[in-house]
Ligand binder design. Structure first.
Ligand SMILES: [Zn+2]
Length: 163
């Protein structure tokens, strides 16, 4: 592991976990950090629009995440990622004048990177591997849910916009 970071929105609303990790990565001396193309970028939550751009601009060609945007909205009280992607980036199709509700929120595979949803990767495995990793995923999910509840409880009076 080269860098492990966490959300630091109390210091700066732009320091989402991914952005903070990218900041710390590039603070390492250039001759002491690997090429971004040799790195796996792991995020707890599917990156938001800010972090998608940060990953793109930093040159990473992949990212892996545990919780989808829908999980973030439904299980972790983070509705803004989907709301911002829809409000800012989902331009209406000029042919029909509306945005299809089934339209993906971003291109999961594009010229810059490939997005990997770990839960979907696990679902595609054979039964033995799937069951082993699902049990692990459930453990991580339970632990993370506790941490998230603590964060949600604590952030309330810190004045962080859209956190
Ligand atoms: Zn983000």
């Amino acid at each position: 592991m080269v860098v492990a970071e966490t959300n630091n929105e109390i210091e700066n609303p732009l320091w989402h976990g991914e952005m903070h990790a990218i900041k710390r990565f590039f603070e390492l001396p250039a001759d002491q950090r690997p090429d971004v193309k040799d790195c796996l970028f792991l995020a707890t939550h599917e990156p938001c629009s800010l972090c998608l751009s940060g990953i793109t601009r930093s040159g990473f060609d992949n990212f892996y995440f545990l919780f989808s945007h829908e999980d973030s909205r439904d299980s972790f009280a983070i509705p803004y990622d989907i709301q911002i992607l829809k409000a800012v980036y989902a331009t209406p199709d000029p042919e029909i004048g509306t945005v299809s509700p089934d339209r993906p929120l971003y291109n999961a595979t594009n010229q810059y990177w490939t997005s990997h949803n770990i839960a979907r990767m696990i679902a595609g495995l054979d039964r033995d591997h799937r069951e082993t990793l699902l049990a692990r995923f459930d453990d991580v999910n339970a632990l993370y849910a506790d941490l998230s509840a603590e964060y949600q409880k604590d952030k309330g009076n810190k004045g962080i916009p859209l956190a």
